[in-house]
Structure formats: structure tokens, C-alpha cells
Design a protein around this ligand. Structure first.
Ligand SMILES: Nc1nc2c(ncn2[C@@H]2O[C@H](COP(=O)(O)OP(=O)(O)O)[C@@H](O)[C@H]2O)c(=O)[nH]1
Ligand SMILES: [Mg+2]
Length: 463
């Protein structure tokens, strides 16, 4: 990939809409765009960051217009990429943006790769890696709180924290090297003091690491799998939570064969509901595949809703399913309470050896009023949101950031152990350098090329 060539792409989604936007970035952005735009004034004389009404035309014949457009020049370094950028806002038809793109390519630009604009922004120091990831998270956000967290990271919320931590470590390394360089004038730090500093740092990094689970949930939602034997009301429950008729409901056992997904909003977080094939021994090939899929989903779920038909005695199948529930958070639903209840919460708690608080009673009949849905939503909130999601707090939201911080923590623990045994300060220094570089990885300050590649491979063209 050449860094300094001029790239272009359509930045808006394909399809019809009010407008479409093309981006051009690179040293020749103005020249390239100038070849296919005509306005009262030459592009090179346009004021930066000001929209101008002009015409887009064919490169080979300026009399053949393609569209009337608005265009803007954003000169380096005050642009998204840090390079000269031109944006062309044309009409959002199927063909028009594509035609203009073609002309720009003939005029000398190259088609941008996925994420290349943001990558340039990163390489030009316009954005940290954490912020680039936040851009992606803003685009992908599925819930209000997820969006808020991503936007906070975009504003440098995480970077601020990491920089503050680095600052603390640097104070210590500066003191150590000063003492090494000028032993007469500067005394090495007291061991006790170093130990205290390291403990504080450790606590802060641990706290940040502790936000990962919630951050991931804000970003990806709560993956919730609904399981139980056939006909207990799993699909009806999904429909009741989603307040729509997404899943097919019949009284024929084995109706649901594939995994059905629906995302609903729960207190600003995405609850990603997965309705699955009822778990039972089956000879039906298709149903068997569905049952295997259900089992796979159980393995990666954050929450498992185990549905039981309370109008019947607890069956052997129910007990078998209870034995294979995943390790994640779980709630048991005694459903069909409107049909004459034959198992109570207390009995079930005792039989399956589960705490009564995680058993709820519901009814989701085909006609008539659903019962217990609000209580269920509250119970899920209590498990995942209450006291966990605080406004203004910064949450780690991806594995890369978590791994880098974990590395920092490991190095810190080594430094701490070394300090406790009065390891010479120049050796301790090595561990502290590791802490610094691991922290720098979070924001991209010290990150390896391949990790950068990985981050940007998630981006779409035009971003
Ligand atoms: N009366 C009543 N019927 C229910 C309830 N839940 C489900 N049903 C009915 O039970 C049958 C099976 O429901 P379904 O949701 O397809 O069960 P699944 O096989 O577990 O997905 C359907 O006829 C539903 O209308 C309930 O709480 N009360
Ligand atoms: Mg079903």
C-alpha cells in the first residue's frame, strides 16, 4: 500500500437516498477533483472547509455534466485523514455516485481499501487506535448505551485514562533513570514508596480491566438463548419480549428448527434473543441439526432462559436439560401459568437445586394477556445493568484493548515482585518499560503493524 497516493471512495451506502458523498484524500486530492468539477473559481482558490456549489462533469468532455453537486476542500492537516481532502456531495441515485467515482479514478485517484481513510488518520496522528475502533463501534452501535460508550471513547475517554496511567509509570521510570545517571545528586526511590505506587497502578488497571465484560455487553448486546423442551412456549416468549410475531408458534412440538434471532431494547442495551429448537431426542434430520445449533448457541450465550411448562409435571427431559445448562447467567421460567399450575417455584427450586430468586412465573398465551414479562425484563436488568452501567464511566469494549491492558498488568506484577525482593532498579526498569509499551498499545502509540492491520480490516470502504 502506497501511503501518499490519492485515494477515493463513496462514503455513503449504496442505494437511493437524498445525497451520496464521495471522499478523496491525498496530496493530489484538489488536482484530481478539480479535473471533474467546474465552479466559478478554481478549486485551488476555494476557502478550506466551505461548501461550494459546482458541477461534476466527465473528464474527457467538460460539457457533459453528471450532476450538480456541493463540494468542499479540507486542507491538511485540518481534515479527517490529516491530508488534503475533498468531499463531493452529489445526489443519492444508484448511478450518479458511481459515475462520479469512475471519473475520479480516471482522473488519477485510486480506489481506497476498507478503512484506509481512518488508517491514514491514525498514521498521521489524527486519531488513536482506540478512537479508530470507537469510530467503528459508533457505526455498528445497536443500542443507545452502546452508542454512548463508543462516542465517549471517540472523544478520547479511554485515551485520557491510559495517558494518565502512563504518566504515573513515567514518573517512576524518570526517577529511576535520574538516580542511575546522577547517583550523587538523585537518590533512588524508596522501596516502600515504589511498592505503594505500583499497588495504586495495579488497582487502577484492574479496575479498567473489570469494565470489559460490561463494555462488551454495551457494544454487542446481551446474547440470550431461550432453551427448553418442545412446546413449552419458547417461541411465544420471544414474540412476547419482542412484541411482534417473529417466530412461528404452533402447538406442534418441533416447530422451531432453526435459530431465530431478534434484538430488543432493554433499558438502552440490546437484548439479542435467540429462540432455538426444543431440546429432545429426535430422529428427524432437520430437527437434529436445529438441536445441535441450539447447543452451540448455549455455549456462547451471556444469558440462558430455560423455559418449563408449569401446567405439567416436571419431566425427565426437563431434568436432563437442567443438567446441561451453560455456565452463564441463567433464569428459569415457569411458563403457561394461566393453564393451571402443577409445579410451584418452591418445588422447582428444590428439585433442580436452584435459588428461588432465579425462577420466574410467566404466561404467554396465543390470545389473552401475557404475564410476567415486565418482571422478566427487570430480572435481566438486575443481572446485567444495575450497578454495572454508570453514566460517564469508560468501558473497555474489545479484546485487543483488554489483552494489551492485561499485558500491562502482568508486567506490573513482575515489577512489584522484583521490588519486593529489592531487585536492582535497572532490572525493575525493564518491567516498567514493558508496562509503558503495553499501555501504549491500547491507544496505538506502541502497537505492532499487524495489529493495526487487524483493526482496520474490520472497516468498510469509504471509512
Ligand atoms: N395458554 C398458554 N399457551 C401457551 C403459552 N405459551 C405457549 N403456549 C402455546 O403452546 C404452544 C407451543 O408454543 P411455542 O411457543 O410454539 O413453544 P416452543 O415449541 O417452546 O417454541 C402454542 O400453541 C402456544 O400458543 C402460555 O403461557 N399459555
Ligand atoms: Mg418454538
Amino acid at each position: 500500500m502506497k501511503l501518499h497516493d490519492t485515494i477515493t471512495a463513496i462514503a455513503t451506502p449504496i442505494g437511493t437516498g437524498g445525497i451520496a458523498i464521495l471522499r478523496i484524500s491525498g496530496a493530489d486530492a484538489e488536482t484530481v477533483a478539480g479535473r471533474i468539477l467546474s465552479a466559478r473559481e478554481e478549486l485551488s482558490r476555494w476557502e478550506s472547509h466551505k461548501l461550494t456549489l459546482c458541477r461534476a462533469h466527465r473528464l474527457d468532455d467538460p460539457e457533459r455534466y453528471l450532476d450538480r453537486v456541493l463540494a468542499v476542500v479540507m486542507r491538511a492537516p485540518h481534515s479527517y485523514t490529516g491530508e488534503d481532502v475533498v468531499e463531493i456531495h452529489c445526489h443519492g441515485g444508484f448511478l450518479v455516485a458511481d459515475r462520479i467515482l469512475k471519473e475520479l479514478l480516471i482522473a488519477g485517484a485510486r480506489l481506497a481499501e476498507g478503512g484506509e481513510f481512518t488508517r491514514r488518520a491514525f498514521l498521521n496522528g489524527k486519531t488513536g487506535l482506540d478512537e479508530a475502533e470507537a469510530v467503528m463501534d459508533v457505526i455498528d452501535a445497536r443500542s443507545e448505551l452502546g452508542l454512548e460508550n463508543a462516542a465517549r471513547a471517540l472523544q478520547g475517554g479511554l485515551k485520557e485514562k491510559i495517558d494518565a496511567l502512563r504518566e504515573e509509570v513515567m514518573k517512576l521510570t524518570a526517577h529511576i533513570s535520574a538516580a542511575a545517571d546522577y547517583p550523587e545528586e538523585v537518590e533512588a526511590p524508596e522501596r516502600q514508596e515504589t511498592a505503594e505506587n505500583l499497588t495504586v497502578l495495579k488497582k487502577e488497571i484492574r479496575a479498567l480491566l473489570g469494565t470489559f465484560e460490561t463494555g462488551r455487553m454495551l457494544r454487542d448486546g446481551i446474547q440470550t438463548v431461550i432453551v427448553g423442551r418442545p412446546n413449552v412456549g419458547k417461541s411465544s416468549l420471544l414474540n412476547a419480549l419482542a412484541r411482534c410475531d417473529k417466530a412461528i408458534v404452533t402447538d406442534i412440538p418441533g416447530t422451531t428448527r432453526d435459530v431465530i434471532e431478534e434484538t430488543v431494547n432493554l433499558g438502552g442495551v440490546a437484548l439479542r434473543l435467540l429462540d432455538t429448537a426444543g431440546l429432545r431426542r429426535s430422529d428427524d434430520e432437520v430437527e437434529k441439526i436445529g438441536i445441535n445449533r441450539a447447543r452451540e448457541k448455549m455455549e456462547t450465550a451471556d444469558l440462558c432462559l430455560f423455559v418449563i411448562d408449569s401446567s405439567r409435571e416436571l419431566s425427565l427431559e426437563d431434568e436432563e436439560i437442567a443438567g446441561e445448562l451453560p455456565d452463564c447467567a441463567g433464569l428459569v421460567l415457569l411458563n403457561k401459568t394461566d393453564c393451571g399450575q402443577r409445579i410451584t417455584r418452591a418445588e422447582l427450586a428444590e428439585k433442580l437445586n436452584i435459588p428461588p430468586e432465579s425462577i420466574l412465573e410467566t404466561a404467554v398465551p396465543k390470545t389473552g394477556k401475557a404475564l410476567g414479562i415486565e418482571e422478566l425484563e427487570q430480572a435481566i436488568s438486575k443481572l446485567f445493568l444495575e450497578q454495572k452501567v454508570q453514566p460517564g464511566q469508560v468501558y473497555l469494549s474489545n479484546v485487543r484493548q483488554r489483552d494489551a491492558l492485561q499485558k500491562a498488568l502482568d508486567a506490573l506484577v513482575r515489577a512489584e515482585a522484583g521490588n519486593a525482593t529489592e531487585m536492582p532498579y535497572d532490572l525493575l526498569f525493564v518491567d516498567l518499560e514493558d508496562v509503558l509499551s503495553a499501555l501504549g498499545e491500547v491507544t496505538g502509540l506502541t502497537v505492532q503493524e499487524e495489529i493495526v492491520d487487524q483493526v482496520f480490516s474490520r472497516f468498510c470502504v469509504g471509512k
